[in-house]
Design a protein around this ligand. Structure first.
Ligand code: GLN
Length: 538
């Protein structure tokens, strides 16, 4: 029978529930169990696809094209799970389905209510991924005490009643702040948040205490007494510099042993050696490399979280620490490029939407192309690179995407639905995995070392095939194409140490133990550039 671990959060948000859940997933996998993770978000948006990145951070895209919470990225990076539409549920998505059923008369005239209809729908969502897994870890977003979180908490309470103690586990993540003036760790917020949980019928089995300093036995005993959680199950979750260390930290606290005991699962020999090697490599880099990331929300690193991680993964392979400079594209429009980009070893323009900062990004491309600095353009960054090449090398000086200039005489990128005449296919974006065939003898092929690949997309605009011939003649290489629709997926410039743009988002598939081939080779090329630059320094 599938076991369920429910993770709730108390005191305040941003305690790292997603990473805690992922780390628990990793530990369970280390004992040989097949696991998956789900995220439940209590907000009323159906998905985060249309939410402002300032509010929500990155939209993580799954193979089947779901636009999801960024925690799903952590789930895939820490564990071997593959997420999908069934791994992220919002209150909006749950209500949408109930209201649709109500309109179709499925409730046979009954009054539709939060209990049992909404809670039943939530419980059904837990079961969508249960069959093929030994353990489902469900993270409940928000903080205990929030009004909109209540139906979710009520559902997990019912799950315990229905499935019993051996098959369900409640883990509560809280904060134990250190108060500098008195030099003490304070347990009161934890006591209050557990009291809130118990008031709605949930007694946590395990408490994970986020803290700056280790909890001594006295503090643990106090938390145990006030929260009614056994002493062994009060776990120190001390802050770490490197998030990938957290599974090891939990293992040292024997969190996995306790979880397996409470769920009555066999404790096998924990296999964490490759993860331990990873941490050793990450914490002992041999050198470093400087990458500039030219974006629109450069101040908002949460909206590029997968990208940041993928760059770090690329560095692990080469034993390099990757330092990222977050550069606001608009600053490049006025500033001197040499001053802003001159000290970096590689330039990356990531995905994005809207016209603001575009000309700054295009200037960054020119700089990278002319100075022969490794360039990696992702989605919007690929579009900028193609536009730059068309303008400067192919003499199409007003070339643009219709997203930024609807009246451009050279529509280099335009809406993909217009391209195929398939306007009524639902959403307007190309979402999820599409296959791509690589041309031999390209940077892409050298990185992937195979011809057929598949990558995830999230964009509206596509390269206009009418310009392929002109740009090829001018020297642009179309090294990757989608075979089903003949869509351009990758462009490259030869005669350059490393210059590649891809229409997809490779960062979604990079993992610390399996760094993405493109990030690996981009970092490698950037480091080679750095060594050369240092050698040539006077
Ligand atoms: N705005 C561009 C498009 O919609 C690029 C999107 C992206 O970078 N994800 O095609």
């Amino acid at each position: 029978m599938t076991k369920f671990i429910f993770i709730t959060g108390g005191v305040l948000s941003a305690l790292g529930k997603g990473i805690a859940a992922s780390s628990i997933g990793r530990l369970m996998e280390s004992h040989g169990y097949k696991i998956t993770l789900q995220k439940y978000d209590p907000y009323l948006n159906v998905d985060p696809g249309t939410m402002n990145p300032f509010q929500h951070g990155e939209v993580y895209v799954t193979d089947d094209g779901a636009e999801t919470d960024l925690d799903l990225g952590h789930y895939e990076r820490f564990t071997s799970t593959k997420t999908s539409q069934s791994h992220n549920w919002t209150a909006g998505k749950i209500y949408e389905s109930i209201i649709k059923k109500e309109r179709q008369g499925e409730f046979l005239g009954k009054t539709v209510q939060v209990i049992p209809h909404v809670t039943d729908e939530i419980k059904k969502a837990f079961s969508t991924v249960a069959e093929e897994n030994d353990i489902v870890i469900a993270e409940i977003g928000g903080t205990v005490g929030d009004i909109e979180g209540q139906p979710f908490l009520e559902s997990i309470r019912q799950m315990r009643l229905e499935l019993g103690k051996e098959n369900t586990l409640f883990i509560h993540l809280t904060l134990v702040p250190f108060i500098k003036t008195s030099g003490e760790l304070k347990t009161k917020p934890t006591q209050h948040s557990v009291r809130e949980l118990r008031a709605i019928g949930i007694q946590p089995d395990i408490i994970l205490c986020r803290t700056e300093r280790p909890l001594n036995q006295d503090i643990k005993a106090k938390i145990s007494l006030f929260t009614n959680v056994p002493l062994e199950a009060v776990i120190t979750a001390q802050d770490v510099k490197n998030i990938y260390e957290i599974p090891l930290l939990y293992a040292r606290e024997e969190l996995d042993t306790i979880i397996l005991k409470y769920l009555n699962l066999d404790k096998k020999k924990r296999k964490l050696s490759s993860w331990k090697d990873l941490i050793t490599r990450m914490n002992n880099p041999e050198d470093e490399v400087e990458i500039s990331l030219v974006g629109k929300y450069a101040g908002l690193q949460d909206s590029y979280i997968s990208l940041k991680e993928a760059l770090i993964h690329g560095g692990i392979k080469h034993r390099l620490k990757v330092n990222i400079s977050w550069i606001e594209a608009e600053d490049l429009e006025k500033g001197k490029l040499e001053d802003i980009l001159g000290q970096h070893d590689g330039i990356l323009v990531p995905g994005g939407f809207g016209v603001r900062g575009i000309e700054g990004k295009i200037k960054a491309v020119t700089y990278a192309r002319e100075k022969k600095i490794p360039y990696f353009g992702i989605c919007l960054g690929m579009q900028c690179a193609t536009i730059e090449f068309a303008r400067k090398i192919a003499n199409l000086s007003r070339a643009n995407s219709t997203e930024f200039d609807p009246k451009t005489p050279h529509k280099l990128f335009f809406k993909w639905r217009e391209l195929k005449g398939i306007d009524k296919m639902g959403g307007t974006m190309r979402l999820g995995s599409y296959s791509c065939r690589l041309q031999k003898n390209s940077f892409a092929y050298k990185s992937y070392r195979k011809e057929a690949i598949s990558e995830r997309h999230r964009h509206r605009y596509e390269f206009n095939p009418e310009y392929e011939k002109t740009l090829t003649q001018a020297g642009l290489c179309f090294s990757g194409k989608n075979p089903d629709y003949d869509l351009v997926e990758i462009i490259e410039i030869k005669n350059h140490p490393w210059f590649l743009g891809c229409q997809f988002h490779p960062e979604f598939k990079s993992k610390p133990l399996e760094p993405h081939p493109l990030f690996k080779s981009f970092i490698g090329a950037s480091y080679a550039y750095r060594l050369k630059r240092n050698k040539n320094k006077p």
